[in-house]
Design a protein around this ligand. Sequence first.
Ligand code: FAD
Length: 634
Amino acid sequence: AESIERHSYDVVVIGAGGAGLRAAIEARHSGKRVAIISKSLFGKAHTVMAEGGAAAAMGNVNSKDNWQVHFRDTMRGGKFLNHFRMAELHAKEAPDRIWELEAWGALFDRTKEGKISQRNFGGHEYPRLAHVGDRTGLELIRTLQQRVVALQQEDQAASGEYDGSLRVFAETTIVRLLKDEQGRIAGAVGYYRETGQFVLFEAPAVIMATGGIGRSYTVTSNSWEYTGDGHALALLAGAALVNMEFIQFHPTGMVWPPSVKGILVTESVRGDGGVLRNSEGKRFMFDYVPDVFRKQYAETEDEADRWYDDQENNRRPPELLPRDEVARSINSEVKAGRGTPNGGVYLDVSTRLPAEEIRRRLPSMYHQFKELADVDITAQPMEVGPTCHYVMGGIEVDPDTQGTKVPGLYAAGECSGGMHGSNRLGGNSLSDLLVFGRRAGLHAAEYVDGLGASGAPAVAQADVDAAVEEALAPLANPDGENPYTLHHDLQVAMNTLVGIIRKPEEVSEALTKLEDFKPRHKKVGSVGGRRFNPGWHVALDLRNMLIVSECVAKAALEREESRGGHTRDDFPAMSSKWRQVNLICSLSEDGAGIDLLHQPIPTIRPDLLGLFEMSELKKYFTDEELAVLGADSA
Ligand code: FAD
C-alpha cells in the first residue's frame, strides 16, 4: 500500500456550499478544529448559482407573514410528507439566519423604508424571499466565505496560523467514509483532483453537505459535481436514505440551444410577472389548477394580473403554483402538440415589464439568454421546459441534531432528507442550508465533546487501503469500458424511464438496466494516469450515481400514488394511506444492493396541525386519522 497524506480534525465537513460552510462556521464557533472539503473550486457550489432568494418569514413586505404561515406553506408544498419538526424549526429559525448573514456583511435588496426586501415565489402566501437581484446565492456564499476568512484571521492573530483550526481543502473528492470497530465514524478518504494523490482525514465527526444528484439525468440544471456522492457515501457507511422517489423537475430550464439544455431559468421571472404560453398563445396554466389549490389561485387573466399590484384583493396567478404542478402542466402541453419548435413552451416577460425593469430585476437571466441563445428577453419570449433540479429525498437525519443512524455522521442541506416532503418550495433551500447547516455544526461539535479525551475512534489501516484500492481499479483497467458511455446510458435510462411521469413497466425496465449497469461498472476503465484525469473521476462518480439511481427507481416503483415530485401514470391521485409512509433505502446485508422498507411517518404535533383548517386536512389525511383529530379538537 502506498503511504498516504494524513490529517486529523475534530469535525470534517464534506461540501463547501451553504450548508457545509454554515456547519463549519458553527463547529469552529464551538471551539472545534474543522476541515472543509470541496470537490470543485472553493466558492463554486450550487449555492452560488441560486438566483431567486432565501425564504424567511420576516414580514418586512407584508406584516401578516410569520413562521406559522411559512410552516403551513412548506407543509402544503411538500404535500404533508415533510418531517413536521424540520419544517417547524426551519420556519422559526430562518429569519435569524438571514439577520445573522447581514451581521456578517451580506447586503440584501431593500424596501423603500430600508428593510430587507422580500419577493414573491411559487407556493409562498406572502412575499418572503430575501434576495439580491437574481444573484442571491452569490451573496450568501460570498458572505459565508468572508466569515471563514474572518475566523482564520482571528486564528492567525491568536496562534500565528491562518488555517490552524479551520482549513479548506478545495478540489478534493471524498470517496469513502471510515468507521471504527464499534461502528462510529472515524474519518474519510479522498483524493486531490489535480494530482490524484490520496488523502486521509481522521475525525470523530463528519458532516455531509454534498448537495444534489442531478447528473444521473440527461436534462438537468445541476453542474458536473452533483453525482449524489453524499447520499451514496452515507448509505455505504450504514445510514439510511428517505423518500428518494421525490425529485424536483424545475418547470423552466432552457431548451435551446442543445449545448445548454437544462440550464435554469429562475422562478423569479414568473414571480416578477412572466407568464407561460403555449404555441397557440394561450396562458394554459389556468387549465391546470388542481382542486387542492383552487381557492388560492386566480381564475381569470385579469385577476391574475391585478394581483401583482394588489395582493390583498386578488388571487395569485396560476404560473405561481408549486413547481411540480407547473412542470407537469408544461409536460402535458408539449405532449399534446402545443409546444414550441424546440419542445418547450414560451415564458414571456417582454410584454409584461419595461425593458429597463427586466434588466434591473433579472440581470443574470438577461445575460444568460443573450449570450447562450442570442435571445433578448426584453423583446422576445424564452423557450423553456422541465429540468431535473433538486432532490427532496436524502440522508435520514434527526430533525433537531441532523445526526444520522451512524454515530458521528451528520448531514445538512440538499443531501439530507425530510424537510421538504414530496416537493420543495423555491427559496426554501437557501434557508434550509443556513438553519440546518448551523444545527449540524453545533451538534457535531457537541458529539465530539461527549466523546471525552480518550474516545476518538481509530481508523483501521485495512479500511484505508481498501478505499484506495477501490478507487485505483479503473486506472488498472485501461482497456475497460469508457466511463462516459456508461454515464450516458445511465442518464438516458433515468431521464426517459424514471422522469416526470412514471409508468411501472418503465421504472421496472430502468431497474433491469441498473442491474445490467452494475457489472459494466466493475469493468469500467480509464486511460491515462492519476494527474487531473476527468475520465477516471467519472468512473469513480459512477458508483455513487448507480447507487442513488437504484434508490430513486426502487422507491418510485414502490410508491403507488402521485404526490409532489413523484407522478405515477397508473395512480394519478394522492393517497392518504401513502401519506403515512416514508420509504427508506439502506444497503443490503451483502452490500450488493439496496433494501427498501416502509417506515411510519412521524405524527404531526397537534398544535402544528391546529394551524390548518379541518377542511384542508381532509385532503391529506385518512378518515381514521381525521376521526382522532376530530375527537382531539372536540
Ligand atoms: P451545494 O451548494 O450544492 O454544495 C455541495 C458541495 O459539496 C460542493 O462544494 C461540492 O463540491 C461538494 N461535494 C460534492 N461531492 C463531494 C465529494 N464527494 N467530496 C467532496 N466534496 C463534495 N434554492 C433556493 O432556495 N433559492 C434559489 O433561488 C435557488 N436557485 C437555484 C438555481 C440553480 C441554478 C440551482 C442548480 C439550484 C438552485 N437552488 C435554489 C437550489 C439550491 O441552490 C441548492 O439546493 C443548494 O444550494 C444546495 O446547497 P448545499 O449546501 O446543500 O450544497
